[in-house]
Design a protein around this ligand. Structure first.
Ligand code: G4P
Length: 524
């Protein structure tokens, strides 16, 4: 197959949702269609059950599962599909943010009864920021849920994106009869079944056939709804979807493998092939001959004795090959990889090559950090792996003075993996760890001990947010730092960070120093 064709048939995306909306179930059903698995229930849920939030061993177990399901590749109708899994637990939201930098589009799963939930809203902000094309799957139509029109309004208002239904449900819950596929103008009648794939029939919406299939009342309601949809929403234009202005919406029930095929068929047709990626120096186009890629995720130590990790590299352009030397830009040295892995369904296997759009896993013993660029030789630095303002903070102290070196080494590595963010207080030089969830503190403590033999102790610090500050007026920054010296820290790159103790104090600072810009992500 021609090289460009090979790249253009790739679809690399992530499924995001609030926990329990049905992400795992939908992923599994997509794999079922792709023939990557043969029975439902084969994909283990990698979500960390809410009840086990403080059970670190449980998380370890889950991590073991999730390395295999971090990326799931499969073939469908001539397309190569790569699904990037995102951790369900909200304490790992930062991981999810970064995974979103490696995808070309996103499918959002929403529970029909619950509508838009907190986690979805937050993740959508990242998609908006990056202008990632989004498709929405409204799940659990086999249960009573919100009125579909109300739900569409809610999606628009809460997610800040226009919507366009491309399928439409006929009733819901006990009376759910199926969906009309607006995109293909076909009817898909519902029979609950977790394993079997339902059949779709072409039907003229104005024909008596429709009445015979779903009953007169429901047929009339469907015609009325479709008319209303045409009246309210502009005709669907793929360009609007690709520009991230409009999100096509599908309805179904992942558990019953229903409405999933409509989603998948439309997805492969309209979702973007690998998109150009911005580097500091220039824009990199996927079909360029030379290989480039960046590390967006590091999966830590499956074996604590060896400190071995897997660095996940998104191939941005060209073809990655096994045993070929590539330049690790940050270290300025050439490296080659004898055992790169690709992820097909649930298997991790060594591969000889991978193309733009694919993800390769590189076994690593500490060479990689999140955001590192690899190229065939060109000096490039990929952008777009921002850190977000953490929301929880603790001072980290060394609890074993004999192991200072180990602690520092461990901390540096863990921060490089993106487990949390480290700030150094400008006033007293104490180290502050910032996270998005309580679990990260446990992760750090456990891993420092088990992988580096270092012991840490946490001390409380009451902070509301850390934000990066900058100004065109250097004197103003100096003035601010002087005035707020107890609240200034530096991040890992030595940049100034303001530690706000409360939302009120942050607002005050913003009002008092209008020439200073306060940023809530590290990339500005
Ligand atoms: P998540 O990855 O987004 O967290 O969600 P997951 O797929 O694990 O689904 C959460 C729960 O919702 C599961 O039930 C799952 O069976 C159920 N579910 C998913 N899709 C549908 C659907 O279309 N209809 C209905 N009625 N339920 C659905 P659970 O009881 O938490 O887990 P399990 O014991 O069934 O696995």
């Amino acid at each position: 197959m021609a090289y460009e064709q090979e790249i253009n048939r790739r679809r690399t995306f992530a499924i995001i949702s609030h926990p329990d909306a049905g992400k795992t179930t939908l992923t599994e059903k997509l794999l079922l269609y792709g023939g990557a698995i043969h029975v439902a229930g084969a994909v283990k849920s990698n979500k960390i059950k809410k009840t086990a939030t403080s059970d670190w061993m449980e998380i370890e177990k889950q991590r073991g599962i999730s390395v295999a399901t971090s990326v799931m590749g499969f073939e469908y109708r001539g397309y190569k599909i790569n699904i990037l899994d995102t951790p369900g637990h909200q304490d790992f939201a930062e991981d999810t943010f970064r995974t979103l930098t490696a995808v070309d589009s996103v499918i959002i799963v929403v529970d029909a009864a619950k509508g838009v939930e907190a986690q979805t809203r937050k993740l959508m902000q990242v998609c908006t920021m990056r202008k990632t094309p989004v498709m929405i799957f409204v799940n659990k139509m086999d249960r009573e849920g919100k009125d579909p029109f109300d739900l569409l309004d809610e999606l628009e208002a809460e997610l800040g994106i226009g919507v366009r239904p491309l399928s439409w449900p006929i009733n819901m819950g006990m009376k759910f009869k199926g969906v009309y596929n607006i995109y293909q103008e076909k009817l898909n009648l519902y029979t609950p079944d977790k394993q079997k794939v339902s059949e779709t029939v072409a039907v003229d919406i104005d024909s008596a056939e429709l009445d015979a299939m779903v009953g007169e009342d429901d047929a009339a309601k469907l015609r009325q709804d479709l008319e209303l949809i045409d009246g309210v929403y502009d005709p669907f234009d793929v360009k609007d979807y690709l520009a991230a202005d409009i999100a096509p919406v599908f309805f179904g029930s992942a558990l019953n493998t229903f409405g999933v095929r409509e989603l998948l068929d439309c997805f492969v047709e309209i979702a973007p092939a690998p998109l150009p990626v911005e580097a500091e120096e220039r824009r990199v186009v996927p079909t360029e001959e030379a290989f480039t890629g960046f590390v967006f995720k590091i999966h830590a130590n499956m074996d604590p004795n060896h400190r071995s990790c897997i660095a996940f590299v998104k191939v941005c352009s060209g073809r990655f090959e096994r045993n070929v030397n590539y330049k690790h830009i940050r270290l300025g040295k050439m490296l080659k990889f004898s055992a790169p892995t690709a992820f097909m369904a649930q298997k991790k296997e060594t591969v000889d090559e991978a193309y733009a759009g694919d993800i390769v896993g590189l076994p690593d013993t500490g060479n990689f950090k999140i955001g590192d660029t690899l190229t065939s030789g060109e000096e490039l630095h990929f952008k777009g792996l921002p850190s977000f303002s953490p929301e929880m903070f603790k001072y980290i102290e060394n609890a074993d003075p004999m192991k200072t070196k180990q602690l520092n080494k461990g901390l540096e590595q863990l921060m490089g993996e993106g487990v949390a963010q480290l700030f150094t207080h400008a006033n007293n030089n104490r180290k502050i760890v910032g996270t998005v969830g309580q679990l990260q503190f446990e992760v750090i403590e456990y891993r420092l001990l088990h992988e580096y033999g270092a012991q840490c102790r946490w001390e409380p610090i009451s902070l509301y947010k850390a934000c990066w500050i900058e100004s065109d007026d250097a004197a103003e920054i100096e003035n601010f730092k002087r005035r707020k010296f107890q609240y200034i820290a530096t991040d890992k790159d030595g940049r100034d960070v303001f530690l706000a103790e409360s939302g009120y104090l942050l607002q005050m600072a913003q009002a008092d120093f209008p020439k200073i810009r306060f940023h809530f992500t590290s990339e500005f």
